[in-house]
Design a binder for this molecule. Structure first.
Ligand code: ADP
Ligand code: MG
Ligand code: ZN
Length: 606
């Protein structure tokens, strides 16, 4: 079978990701491979697929028990014979697996590195037709890496104990030049083909925030991402417990996860998150390795991790399905203290001499330094990451908080309500919906009689591009859907926005906002609202014995009727709204705008 055909048949994918086809080609030729691919890049298929296409069995050495189990389950689901061996199985289960393996029952056998040293396993392995040995998370072999596992050092000895040397391949997401060299040397890769696929994940937007109050900032972000699923990483178990309790009390659907919980409980929490029963996973770094949840829309680091490898690996769990996703780091000076403490009280590693331990500490402090300079936010965040991994990068990516300026959020409820109520009446293709909103009588509009709708022209002042963006936003928020004919339809969740007062916020950057402000100046006022605001202005003027323009000028009223601010802050942004006027009149004008909007919405039948 051709690799591409096998990809379709066994994994249901129609094309290879960058690097996959080439790596698979080398392995099928019996050539060693070192592959460095980002988290979510699709490393597993690179060894699983050639394993299927070879006559014997492939051993996969993997450091994490949960990861093995998940991969074996996934393979079995796809009809591929696979099993794993680790310390969680009983002696009897292990015997069974070994006996079956000896009979040639498996294409893939996953083992923990410690297993390679046991005589029972070596006996069986010597008798097995092993085509290929694959070392997953291969950086664990290097003391320069961030997850050193001494048992990985035994892999080379194991291989040389076999009668026939299998093809050897090593995979990792996190390897600097030094770690790569260690992997080749310590595993004994022979003239390996090296593949380093691009580290850039274009769909990720990186931000660093220095919030004065992290909890408030977190709430704001969770609201911004609305119903989207995401992970909040914390440095300690205590923070996980505290945040989980606080957020639950606030009504967010969250679960917590850390290594202090019983394995069974962790399993339950993880499943609830993966099955979308809860929206947010609050966890320590114990969560995530080998977790393959494709629709994670954001990863927030509530605390700064100890190095950039860990950060990128964890943040990289966002947006695996390729849709736009956010990676946000909250940074405070306290984070540096916490991470220093971790390094100074590092777990005793039995396999290390005191000198080695001291050297490890120095290395960790160096890596912490790199992480801190990322968190400083002085340079383009994407460029910092890519260069750290040895990739060339331009100085400005245009998709990070350093390139785009401060990250703000904007209330887009009104505009969205207008679009949604228009779609409720005119479930047409986006282009036609935009024409109706702008009040343009295109042939499609008049053919359907849309020009008589109450929503005809309600967003006359917006431009087509902005409306297209709003529609995309509503699709991404699952408030709109596209049917088979390409027409927009309301999703049931749109009701909450139209009738139950649910607010919608969208992330904007300082750069977007500057652009928008200049557009806003030309926005047309809503004539009915303008009329009402003018009446209010005259009433107040009369009451206070001043001319109407002393309350607000016609210009200010007109902008107010166009922008329709929702909050005192928004109102204060408008030209001619001083602090004093805001205090004196702000609440009354805001109330008038709210009332008008409520009326406006009620008059629409939906
Ligand atoms: P990694 O180990 O590199 O972090 P995985 O092997 O877990 O990544 O793959 C990440 C996700 O990408 C998985 O859901 C996997 O099924 C999917 N994937 C891998 N290869 C392809 C492909 N060619 N087409 C579509 N999806 C793929
Ligand atoms: Mg993997
Ligand atoms: Zn940038």
């Amino acid at each position: 079978m051709e690799p591409l055909q096998a990809l379709r048949r066994y994994f249901g994918y129609s094309s290879f990701r960058p690097g996959q086809a080439e790596i698979i080609g080398c392995l099928l030729n019996g050539e060693d491979v070192l592959a460095v691919m980002p988290t979510g890049g699709g490393k597993s298929i690179c060894f699983q697929l050639p394993a299927l296409l070879q006559p014997g069995v492939t051993l996969v050495i993997s450091p994490l028990i949960s990861l093995m189990k998940d991969q074996v389950t996934a393979l079995t689901e796809n009809g591929i014979a696979a099993a794993y061996l680790n310390g969680l199985l009983t002696e009897r289960q292990i015997d069974t697996v070994l006996r079956r393996a000896a009979r040639g029952a498996y294409k893939l056998l996953y083992v923990a590195p410690e297993r390679l040293e046991t005589p029972a396993f070596l006996d069986v392995a010597k008798a097995l037709p092993i085509d290929m040995v694959c070392v997953d998370e291969a950086h664990c072999v290097s003391q320069w890496g961030h997850d050193f596992r001494p048992a990985y050092l035994q892999i080379a000895a194991f291989l040389s104990a076999l009668e026939r040397r299998p093809t050897l391949c090593a995979f990792t997401a996190t390897a600097t030049e030094r770690v790569r060299d260690d992997i080749v040397r310590l595993l004994g890769l022979q003239a390996p083909h090296r593949f380093v696929t691009g580290f850039d994940r274009e769909n990720l937007f990186f931000s660093v925030l220095h919030p004065s109050d992290k909890l408030t900032a977190l709430r704001e972000y969770l609201d911004l991402f609305r119903q989207k699923s995401g992970i909040v990483y914390c440095a300690t178990r205590k923070t996980v417990d505290q945040l989980t309790a606080l957020l639950t009390k606030d009504g967010y659907r969250v679960v917590g996860y850390h290594a202090g919980m019983a394995p069974q409980e962790r399993r339950v929490q993880q499943d609830r998150f993966i099955r979308d029963e809860v929206r947010v996973m609050v966890a320590t770094n114990a969560f995530g390795m080998g977790i393959d949840k494709s629709n994670v829309a954001f990863v927030i680091h509530y605390d700064m991790p100890g190095d950039l490898e860990s950060y990128y690996q964890e943040a990289g769990r966002a947006g695996r399905d390729g849709s736009p996703a956010d990676c946000v780091l909250f940074f405070s000076a306290g984070d540096v203290v916490t991470q220093r403490y971790f390094i100074e009280h590092m777990e005793e590693n039995e396999a290390l001499t005191p000198q080695e331990r001291a050297r490890q500490q120095r290395l960790r402090l160096d890596r912490l330094g790199t992480m801190i300079s990322y968190a400083d936010g002085a340079r383009c965040l994407r460029a910092s990451i890519l260069r750290y991994f040895g990739e060339a990068a331009s100085d400005r990516c245009g998709r990070c908080s350093v390139c785009c300026g401060e990250i703000l959020s904007e209330d887009v409820t009104i505009q969205c309500q207008k679009v949604l109520s228009c779609v409720a009446r005119a479930a047409a293709v986006p282009k036609t919906v935009i024409a109706v909103l702008r009040g343009r009588c295109t042939p499609q509009v008049s053919a359907a009689g849309y020009e008589t709708l109450s929503t005809f022209g309600i967003l006359r002042e917006a431009d087509d591009e902005a409306l297209q963006e709003l529609i995309t936003f509503l699709l991404s928020q699952d408030l709109l859907a596209v049917d088979d004919a390409g027409c927009l339809r309301l999703r049931p969740s749109a009701r909450a926005v139209l009738f139950d007062g649910e607010r919608l916020r969208r992330r904007v950057t300082a750069r977007d906002l500057r652009h928008k402000k200049s557009v806003q100046r030309h926005a047309a006022p809503d004539p009915v609202l303008l009329q009402r605001l003018s009446v209010l202005c005259e009433t107040l003027a009369k009451r206070n014995g001043v001319p109407p323009f002393a309350v607000f000028t016609a210009k200010t009223l007109s902008v107010m009727a166009a922008v329709q601010p929702q909050t005192a802050e928004d109102l204060a942004e408008l030209p001619g709204v001083s602090k004093a006027k805001l205090q004196k009149y702000g609440a009354l004008f805001l109330r008038e705008i709210h009332r008008y909007r409520a009326l406006d919405m009620k008059s629409k039948e939906f």
